[in-house]
Design a protein around this ligand. Structure first.
Ligand code: PEP
Length: 255
């Protein structure tokens, strides 16, 4: 059975004190998570060890990072390696977020290397894909997303793919307050599962979790997570407020 996951992406927000407060609020209320229904909190790098200490003993609430170097170690000023993330207590890494692709020119070749670094080191990958508005308007989003997935993931073995979660995040919905409709989300999630089936077979496709991201909030989460191919969400803005994030977690648990 595939997992359901709600993952918080804090992006470049929160002081250490604010982060500690938020995690504390989440831990006080998030009791119903299980092996198959998990929570990930992806903090900025400097929060990681603090959050790791807070999450100790909460087996199904995992620590995530928002990025990882494509290189193993060495003279790469400003970079953070997969091994350092493991050392800090990280279990999941977001790779290929559209903000990294867009603002930091991370192309498919680099993302494939990042995926490799994570998997070789024992980290789970949340691999992001998703189209800009002009591609959606031209109705070519399926081919666009299939190419991102093929270039970022298809060099992996089926065994390696078991440690990958996909996050479909239409760029036009990220931080905009405009959410994909449930029909749009279900349609492209089912398509992504087919793309995985074509490369890795039906079992791999049935087992991979595909999260939706893009202005997911307490009002739309339940409806989105009720779609048969939507296995939870990657949450930006709404993950910064404990009450909102907890209500999204509850929607995932009840889905
Ligand atoms: C994200 O950045 O991954 C995201 C989904 O952001 P938001 O929820 O704010 O749209």
């Amino acid at each position: 059975m595939r997992k359901k996951i709600v993952a918080a992406n804090w992006k470049m927000n929160l002081t250490l004190a604010d982060g500690a407060f938020l995690v504390n609020e989440i831990l006080t209320a998030a009791t119903a998570v299980t092996t198959l229904k998990q929570v990930v909190i992806a903090t900025p790098f400097v929060h990681l060890t603090q959050t790791a200490a807070q999450l100790e003993g909460f087996g199904n609430i995992h620590l995530g990072a928002q990025n990882c170097s494509s290189e193993k170690s060495g003279a790469y000023t400003g970079e953070v390696s997969a091994a350092m993330l493991i050392d800090a207590g990280v279990q999941y890494v977001i790779v290929g977020h559209s903000e990294r692709r867009g603002y930091f020119n991370e192309d498919s070749a680099m993302l494939a290397k990042k995926v490799n670094q994570c998997l070789e080191t024992g980290l789970q990958v949340i691999f992001c894909c998703g189209e800009p508005l002009e591609i959606r308007d031209a109705e070519t989003q399926n081919a666009f997303v299939a190419k991102q997935i093929a270039e970022g993931l298809f060099h992996l073995t089926a065994e390696q793919l078991q440690n990958v979660t996909i996050a479909y995040e239409p760029i036009w919905a990220i931080g905009t307050g405009r959410t994909a409709t449930t029909e749009q989300a279900q349609s492209i999630h089912a398509y992504i599962r087919n793309v995985i089936a074509g490369q890795y077979g039906n079992d791999a496709a049935a087992n991979i979790a595909i999260l939706y991201g893009g202005s997911c909030n307490p009002t739309n989460a339940a409806e989105l997570f009720a779609c048969p191919d939507v296995d939870g969400g990657l949450i930006g803005g709404a993950s910064l407020k404990a009450d909102q994030f907890l209500s999204i977690i509850a929607a995932m648990i009840n889905s």
